[in-house]
Design a protein around this ligand. Structure first.
Ligand code: ZN
Length: 229
C-alpha cells in the first residue's frame, strides 16, 4: 500500500471518475468543472488538470478550449473500432493462456469468478463493473503480455464509456456465466473452443448496444438552452 498523501493521488481520481462514468452517474457530454472536482477530491486544480489530461489520453474525457472538460462522447464508428480491437487482442491473449495452463492460473481464474458471483449476488454495481473488466485483465496477465495488457486496459475503460452511451438498459458489461464458459475451455486446453467462447462473449456485449442510431448529444440540448454556453 502506498503511503497516504494529503492530496488524492491522480490514479485514484482517474479511477473514481472512470467508475462514475461506467456506473452512469456521469453521462457522456457532462461538464467536469475543475473547481468542483478540486473540492470533491480535496486536491489542487493543477492536480485535477493532470488527471483530466490523463483521462483525455485514454479517450474518456474531451478537453475543449475555453469550455473545460466534458465526458467524451465516442462515435458509433469508434465504438465499432474498439470492439474490433478487443476481438483481435483477446483472441491472441486466450491463445497464449491456453498454451500454458497451470494449476495456479486455474485457481486464480476460479477465485476471480467467485468474486464476480458474490458481487452479483449482493448487487454491488461498482464491484461488478471493476471485476468484469478485471476478468479480461487477468487473462492478459496470465498470458504474460504486458504490452497487450496495457492496450487492453485502455480498451476496457473505453468499452465502459461506450456501454454507458449506447446501451439503453443499465446492465453491467459482462456476466459470470460467459466468463465461466471461457474458464472451462481454458481448463480443457481447447484453444479453438476458448477463442470461440471469447468471441461469442465480446459479440454478445457489442450486440447489446444500439450502434445503428447516433444518440442525440446531451451537450447539444444544453447548448441550446444555456445562453451563456
Ligand atoms: Zn467479460
Amino acid at each position: 500500500m502506498p503511503t497516504k498523501t494529503a492530496q488524492t493521488p491522480i490514479d485514484e481520481i482517474c479511477n473514481r471518475l472512470w467508475l462514475a462514468i461506467a456506473e452512469r452517474k456521469l453521462r457522456p457530454g457532462a461538464r467536469l468543472k475543475e473547481e468542483d472536482l478540486s473540492a470533491v477530491f480535496s486536491v489542487s486544480r493543477a492536480r485535477v488538470r493532470q488527471a483530466l489530461a490523463r483521462l483525455e489520453v485514454s479517450g474518456l474525457v474531451t478537453l475543449m478550449p475555453n469550455r473545460g472538460a466534458v465526458v467524451a462522447e465516442p462515435s458509433i464508428e469508434e465504438a465499432r473500432d474498439i470492439f474490433f480491437a478487443r476481438r483481435t487482442i483477446e483472441d491472441r491473449l486466450v491463445e497464449r493462456v491456453c498454451t500454458n495452463v497451470t494449476p495456479e492460473a486455474m485457481a486464480r481464474l476460479r477465485a476471480h469468478l467467485e468474486e464476480e458471483r458474490a458481487a452479483h449476488e449482493r448487487d454491488d454495481t461498482s464491484a461488478i463493473i471493476q471485476l468484469s473488466g478485471g476478468f479480461h485483465l487477468l487473462i492478459a496477465e496470465l498470458a504474460g503480455s504486458r504490452y497487450l495488457g496495457d492496450v487492453l486496459r485502455e480498451l476496457i475503460s473505453r468499452t465502459s464509456l461506450i456501454i454507458a452511451m449506447y446501451q439503453s438498459r443499465a446492465a453491467p458489461d459482462c456476466g459470470p456465466q460467459e466468463h465461466e464458459e471461457i474458464i472451462r475451455m481454458i481448463e480443457a486446453g481447447d484453444i479453438d473452443g476458448t477463442k470461440r467462447a471469447m468471441a461469442k462473449h465480446l459479440a454478445h456485449i457489442e450486440n447489446a448496444l444500439d450502434l445503428k442510431h447516433d444518440k442525440p448529444r446531451q451537450s447539444e440540448l444544453k447548448d441550446i438552452l444555456a445562453r451563456d454556453g
